[in-house]
Design a protein around this ligand. Structure first.
Ligand SMILES: Nc1ncnc2c1ncn2[C@@H]1O[C@H](COP(=O)(O)OP(=O)(O)OP(=O)(O)O)[C@@H](O)[C@H]1O
Length: 836
C-alpha cells in the first residue's frame, strides 16, 4: 500500500487510476478521527488495515449511518467506494461493527487506545483472559459485571473497565438495531427517528408491539399504514390483532383531531373510518372486535370519551385539563404590586416613550402589572405592541432589583419573536427555545420525562398568542412556576393555531381570567381604509359593491382588481411589476398571500410564474434545480421552512438568495449529486447554506399561504381569491372563512390589492368563523366550580370591533391595469421603498 498522508479531510486526494468505485465490499480499519456526527450519521477518517478492494492511501473517509463509533476503535465497515463530486473517492458505508479483541494482545491495544488510566494494559488483559477463557470479551460484552469476578484486579481497574464493556456492548447492539430496521424497509431518516425515541430498547419495542411505533411517532412522520404494511407482510401479524386495532384507533383519533383542529372528534367517524382502513385490503376485522378494543382504550385512559362531545386523544384531553388547573393555580396567587404603585410609573414611562396612553390602554397596563395572569387582545393598530412595550418598561422600573433577565418574551414563531425583540430591545425567543425543546423534541416526551426548563419568579409575555396550540400552551404552563406572572397578547380574530386548539379564544371567553380588549385604532391614518375593511370582514357586513373594482384614488391604501383563473397569475405578476418599477418597491416589501398551495392562484403556480417574471434565468445567474418542480436562483425571494436556532433562522423567515455556487454531477448510479454553497440575506442577516440538505429547507416565497403569513406584516400585500375556489370546494368544509380573509388583509402595513372575484371575497367574509371543537372553556369552568368561587358560564359572544361605513367603490378594469393606464399603487404617495 503506497503511503500518501493527508490530514485535510476536505481536500480530495489524487488516487491511482486503478483505485475506482466498487460494488458492495468491506474493509477493516481503526477510526482515526470523527469528522462529523449527527445522530447515528457519521463521517470519519479511518486507517485502512485490510480491505477487500484496492486502496492506495493510509486512510479512507467513511460516511454513513454507523451507530456509535469511537476514535481509536477497530471496526469492520460494509459498503462501497463511491466518487463524491466534491470530496473524491470515499467509502459509503451501509453499516459497521466493532471488531472485538480476540486475544489478550488485542484487548491490551483497545485499553491503551481508550486512555482509561490503566498503567499495565498487557498484564490486565492477560489476567482477564486467564480468568474468563478464550471467549472473555464476548462474555464481558454480554454481561459487563463479570469483570468483578476476575481475581487480583484492583478496584479502580474494574471500575474503569466495566463502563468500557457496557459501552462496547451498547455499540454493537446499535449496529444490530440499525441493520434490523433497515432490513424492515425503514429509510435512514426513519431509523434515526425510531432510534432517537427508543434507543437501546428499539428491538424490544419492535418485537413486543411494532404498532406502538406508529402511535408514538405519528407526529414525526411515521404513519400507521407504513407500520401496518411491515407488520402484516414481514412480521406476519394477524389482521385482527388487538395491537393493530388499538394503534389504528389511536392514530386515527389523533389524525382526525389534527385535521379538524379540535380536541375531540366524532366517535362514529373514528370507528367507521378505522374499520374501513383496517379492512382496506380484504381483511375481515369485525366491528364488534374493534369496539371491544376501543372500550379497552377508554378503560386504560389512552382515549377519552364524553357523550356530549366525542372522543379525545389522551394528550389533548390531559392538556386541556392541565391548562385549566395550572391557570387557576397561577391566577390565585397574590401580587405584591398594587394600582397605587403602578400609576406614577405609568406616567414616567409615558413621558419617556413620548406617548399618551388612553384610559383603556392604562387600565390594560395596570391590570397586567398587578395580576399574575392577564390577557390582552385587540385588532390591528390598537396598540398591543405599544402596550406590551409599556408593560415591559414599567415592570423594569417596578422590579429594578430583578432586571431584564427576569423577563421572558416569547412567541410561537421565531419571526414574531424577532419583532418583539425589535420593539422592546429585550431578548425574545420562541416558546420552544425558552423551554429547551429542540425542533425534533416531542413536547409530550418532555412532559413525561420532566426535562423542561423550569421558570421561576419570572414575568413571561407571550405575543401572537392566537397562534399557540393547546399542546404547546400546556407544555409552557407545565414549566411555569406558581410564582410567575403571565401576560398573553394577541389578536383573537386571527386564524387559530396550526395544531389543535383555539386556546386564546377559549381563555378570553372565561371571565375569571383578567383580560382587556383594546378597541381604539391608532394606526388608522386619515387616508387608511384597510382597518375599516378588516373590521367589516370581521363582522361579515360586506356585499359585492364593497369589493367592486375601484379606481386608483378611491381608497388611499386598498384596491380591487377583477381577475379569473385564466389570467390571475398574469395579473398578479403585472401588479407586482408596477409596484417594483414605478415605486421601486423591493421584492421583500411585496407579499402575495393565498389560501391554498394548489390551483391556478395557489402558491405553487404563483411562485413559478412570479419567479419567471420577476427573476428570470440568465446565462450568468447561478441556479439550482432542487427537483422537477422547483429551481432556486440568485435573486429569488425564499422562505426558510424549518427552525434552525443555531443559525438564528426560523420557519417562516423570508430572505433573498445572494450567492449560489456548486456543481451538478451525474454519477455512475445515474443519481445527480450536487455540491452547494448558498448565502441568503434575511433582512440584513446573512445565512450560509453549505449542503443541499440544508438548502432543502428553502422554498420560493413570492407567494405564501395566509396561514404561513401569520405573525408578520409586509408593506404591500396582494390577495388573489377566485370564485372557482368556492364552486369546487363547497363553502362548508373549506378553510375559506372570514378569519382567513381578516388575517390576510391585516398583514399589510401600507397597501392592499385584492384581486379575483368580488363574489369570492364576499362569500369568504360572510362565512362565519368556524370555532373549533374544544373543551377548554368547560375545563376552566369546572376548575373554578370546584371551589364554588364565582360560578360562571363561559361567554359565548365575542366582543365585536365597531364597524364603520365604507364609501361606494367604482371601477378599475384589468385592461386598464394591464395597459398601466391606471396606477393601482395605492398607499405609495410620498413613500420611499422599504417601509413606513
Ligand atoms: N396611545 C397612543 N397614542 C398615540 N399613538 C399610539 C397609541 N397607542 C398606539 N399608538 C400607535 O399606533 C400604532 C399601532 O400600534 P401598535 O403597533 O402597538 O398596534 P398593534 O395592536 O400591535 O398592531 P398590529 O397588531 O397591527 O401589529 C403605532 O404607530 C403606535 O405608535
Amino acid at each position: 500500500m503506497a503511503k500518501a498522508t493527508t490530514t485535510d479531510y476536505n481536500t480530495p486526494v489524487q488516487h491511482l487510476e486503478s483505485v475506482t468505485t466498487t460494488g458492495p465490499t468491506s474493509f477493516i480499519g481503526t477510526v482515526e478521527r470523527v469528522i462529523f456526527n449527527r445522530g447515528l450519521f457519521y463521517i470519519a477518517a479511518v486507517t485502512v488495515e485490510s480491505a477487500e478492494f484496492e486502496w492506495d492511501t493510509n486512510t479512507i473517509t467513511v460516511t454513513g449511518q454507523l451507530g456509535e463509533i469511537k476514535e481509536g476503535d477497530h471496526y469492520e465497515f460494509d459498503g462501497r467506494v463511491v466518487d463524491n463530486p466534491r470530496y473524491g473517492l470515499q467509502f459509503s458505508s451501509t453499516g459497521g461493527h466493532a471488531v472485538m479483541p480476540k486475544n489478550a494482545k488485542e484487548l491490551a491495544r483497545l485499553i491503551r487506545g481508550r486512555s482509561l488510566g490503566i498503567s499495565r494494559p498487557a498484564s490486565v488483559s492477560r489476567q482477564i483472559f486467564q480468568a474468563l477463557g478464550e471467549t472473555a470479551v464476548k462474555r464481558l460484552l454480554d454481561d459487563p459485571s463479570l469483570i468483578e469476578t476476575v481475581p487480583d484486579l484492583e478496584y479502580e481497574i474494574k471500575a474503569a473497565l466495566r463502563p468500557l464493556f457496557e459501552q462496547l456492548g451498547y455499540g454493537s447492539s446499535t449496529v444490530q438495531i440499525i441493520q434490523r430496521l433497515k432490513s424492515l424497509g425503514f429509510t435512514e431518516w426513519m431509523v434515526n427517528v425510531i432510534f432517537d425515541r427508543y434507543g437501546a430498547q428499539t428491538l424490544t419495542q419492535l418485537d413486543e408491539n411494532p404498532y406502538q411505533l406508529a402511535v408514538d411517532l405519528q407526529a414525526r412522520g411515521l404513519s400507521f399504514n407504513q407500520i401496518d404494511v411491515m407488520a402484516q407482510n414481514t412480521m406476519q401479524m394477524a389482521s385482527d390483532d388487538d395491537r393493530r386495532l388499538a394503534a389504528a384507533l389511536l392514530c386515527q383519533t389523533q389524525s382526525l383531531a389534527e385535521q379538524q383542529g379540535g380536541s375531540y372528534v366524532d366517535q362514529k367517524q373514528v370507528l367507521q373510518s378505522c374499520l374501513m382502513g383496517l379492512n382496506a385490503n380484504g381483511q375481515a376485522v369485525s366491528s364488534t372486535k374493534l369496539e371491544t378494543v376501543y372500550q379497552q382504550l377508554l378503560t386504560k385512559h389512552q382515549l377519552y370519551y364524553e357523550a356530549d362531545t366525542g372522543v379525545y386523544p389522551a394528550t389533548l384531553y390531559q392538556a386541556e385539563w392541565s391548562i385549566a388547573k395550572r391557570l387557576k393555580a397561577l391566577v390565585t396567587q397574590t401580587m405584591a404590586i398594587d394600582e397605587q404603585q403602578v400609576a406614577p410609573i405609568l406616567d414616567q414611562v409615558a413621558t419617556e416613550q413620548a406617548i399618551e396612553y388612553d384610559d383603556i390602554q392604562r387600565a390594560a397596563m395596570t391590570k397586567a402589572l398587578t395580576n399574575s395572569v392577564m390577557l390582552l387582545t385587540g385588532g390591528p393598530g390598537t396598540g398591543k405592541t405599544t402596550i406590551l412595550n409599556g408593560i415591559v418598561q414599567s415592570y423594569l422600573k417596578l422590579h429594578a432589583d430583578k432586571g431584564e433577565a427576569n423577563i421572558k418574551l416569547v412567541a410561537p414563531t421565531g419571526r414574531a419573536a424577532k419583532q418583539i425583540n425589535g420593539v422592546t430591545g429585550i431578548e425574545a425567543s420562541t416558546i420552544h427555545r425558552l423551554l429547551g425543546l429542540t425542533v425534533d423534541t416531542d413536547p409530550e416526551m418532555m412532559l413525561e420525562t420532566g426535562d423542561l426548563t423550569q421558570l421561576n419568579g419570572d414575568l413571561i409575555i407571550v405575543d401572537e398568542m392566537s397562534m399557540t396550540s393547546t399542546r404547546l400552551f400546556a407544555t409552557l404552563l407545565a414549566a411555569v412556576g406558581k410564582d410567575c406572572q403571565l401576560i398573553l397578547v394577541g389578536d383573537v380574530d386571527q386564524l387559530p393555531s396550526v395544531g389543535p386548539g383555539q386556546v386564546f379564544y377559549d381563555l378570553l371567553n372565561d371571565d375569571h381570567l383578567p383580560q382587556m380588549r383594546l378597541t381604539h385604532i391608532y394606526r388608522q391614518a386619515s387616508d387608511s381604509s384597510i382597518i375599516p375593511l378588516a373590521q367589516r370582514i370581521n363582522t361579515g357586513e360586506v356585499d359585492e359593491d364593497f369589493f367592486a373594482p375601484t379606481p386608483a384614488n378611491k381608497y388611499a391604501r386598498r384596491q380591487f382588481v377583477p381577475a379569473q383563473a385564466t389570467n390571475v397569475t398574469t395579473m398578479v405578476g403585472k401588479i407586482l411589476q408596477l409596484y417594483q418599477n414605478q415605486h421601486q418597491q423591493q421584492l421583500m416589501d411585496m407579499q402575495v398571500l393565498t389560501p391554498f398551495h394548489a390551483g391556478p392562484s395557489g402558491t405553487i403556480a404563483l411562485n413559478q410564474s412570479l419567479q419567471a417574471l420577476l427573476n428570470p434565468p440568465t446565462a450568468t445567474k447561478p441556479e439550482w434545480a432542487v427537483n422537477e418542480q422547483q429551481v432556486l436562483r440568485v435573486g429569488d425571494k425564499v422562505m426558510q421552512t424549518v427552525n434552525d436556532a443555531d443559525r438564528n433562522v426560523f420557519n417562516g423567515d423570508v430572505g433573498i438568495i445572494k450567492t449560489l455556487e456548486g456543481n451538478s454531477v451525474t454519477n455512475g448510479d445515474s443519481k445527480a449529486k450536487f455540491s452547494l454553497k448558498m448565502t441568503v440575506d434575511f433582512d440584513g442577516q446573512e445565512v450560509e447554506y453549505e449542503r443541499p440538505s440544508q438548502a432543502l429547507a428553502l422554498q420560493l416565497a413570492y407567494c405564501m399561504t395566509i396561514h404561513k403569513s401569520q405573525g408578520s406584516q409586509s408593506p404591500v400585500v396582494v390577495i388573489p381569491l377566485l370564485a372557482e375556489q368556492f364552486r369546487k370546494l363547497g363553502q362548508r368544509d373549506t378553510i375559506l372563512h372570514r378569519n382567513l380573509l381578516y388575517t390576510a388583509v391585516t398583514r399589510t402595513s401600507r397597501a392592499l390589492v385584492m384581486l379575483g372575484s368580488p363574489a369570492a371575497f364576499v362569500a369568504c367574509a360572510q362565512s362565519p368563523t368556524v370555532y373549533r371543537a374544544t373543551s377548554l372553556g368547560e375545563r376552566l369552568l369546572a376548575v373554578w366550580d370546584e371551589t364554588n368561587e364565582n360560578q360562571a358560564t363561559p361567554g359565548q359572544a365575542k366582543n365585536k370591533l365597531s364597524s364603520e361605513t365604507l364609501s361606494e367603490p367604482s371601477r378599475l378594469t384589468p385592461a386598464l391595469v394591464e395597459a398601466q393606464a391606471i396606477d393601482p399603487l395605492i398607499g405609495m404617495d410620498g413613500i420611499k421603498p422599504g417601509g413606513e
